[in-house]
Ligand binder design. Sequence first.
Ligand SMILES: Cc1ncc(COP(=O)(O)O)c(C=O)c1O
Length: 459
Amino acid sequence: MDHPNLTPNEKEQLKRDALAHIIPHFASNEELAKGPKIFTRGEGCYLYDIDGKKYLDTFASLLTTICGHHRPEVAEAIQKQLGQLEFFPNYVDTFTLPLIELARKLADIMPGDLSVGFFVNSGSEANETAIKMARQYHRQRGEPGRWKVVARRNSYHATTLGGTSATGLAWFREYFEPLIPGNVFAPPASCNNCELERELETCGLACLKAMEKLIEWEGPQSVSAVIMDPIPGSNTGYPLPPPGYLRGVRDLCDRHGILLIFDEVQTGFGKTGKWFACEHWNVVPDIMTIGKGFTGGYIPLAATVTTLKVAEQFRKGRGTEFRSGGTYGGHTIACAATLANIKIIADNNLVERAASMGEYVKSELDKLHEFAIVGDIRGIGLLWAVELMADPNAKKKFDPGIGIGSWIRDYCWENGMILRNNGDILVIAPALVISREAVDVMLNLMREAIEKAIEHFKL
Ligand SMILES: Cc1ncc(COP(=O)(O)O)c(C=O)c1O
């Protein structure tokens, strides 16, 4: 495809109009002041901006385009479906063929007996739905007093008000308080930065015990669900759960009749080297939410997938149906595109590839420890985080005002690479199709950027 042939004046006008007429999601006025970044084309793991400059995307378009941009198989599937039926809603009693096929496929690939899906448009809606589903499930079982949700500090679940209320990061919550009542927070299981100031070797899973105490304090009969991301996302840089933790949460929920919701919006579809992150620990939730990489980035689609045990509560006759819905949930074309995306993952063994490429990425990232400012390196599969610290041995962070992580991100951008940072946590989560050569480019540029930052900040 040719690059759009725009004059310098037209480009400037586009930039002005972008700033004037659009509020970007989670906008940064500081970044916008440097000028909007406008993309016009994508190919595999690469993007091109309005000036034709090429960028290696190490964050897969916000963790979505896991099979790369511009896949003809997906375009063909969309085209074929467009020729038959572009859309009919999944409403009351109506279905479409791609939706049924996709639901069958999910029942096949998802762990345990997660086999009944409710289809929505975003990860936020999927989590919102999961919370509603848990509440109605208990109500139907004769326990309407189970309305609270146990979530974890530091986890992100949604931008909607319900999901924001279950999100444990102050930045997402503070402008919208008071939030929806009934969300209570347990400590995260982040051994790299343990909130309880314990050491893994001797802690006896203190974070799990704290969750148990919280549930006992709230009254188990008042709790509908525990919601958590089995591996927390890019905001905190993929801290892996300690051995026994997820199993412990599962047992805790079972003991108290609480539903366990796993938010795999970020970690699903092969990024961790298994189809779903929870499979690394053989723990299956009662409800799993999926989004982002699910569609490969083509057309929005997400889902709340549950077990027969939960679903049967909504199939007991008039009035028991799950009372939630939206016009476009399970969009026909989105389902066709998503089926094609899942087929690419399966046919090309991309899940196994993420595991083996991840081993290589880990071995190369570990070499960054030669720099005194490189603290924790953590992750799994193709989800990795490098945390920069003033003193890694003492776990002392840099003053956030220095902005080392952002400086490194900007250096990479100048040199043709999109790198995500959250403060001084550098995050990489490339597409599953990334080539070994591109991985080397990514790692070399990261290393170079860290070296330059050390020079620049005289560290
Ligand atoms: C773990 C997790 N859950 C939920 C969401 C919300 O998904 P969406 O942005 O599609 O609404 C995100 C998005 O970043 C996420 O990372």
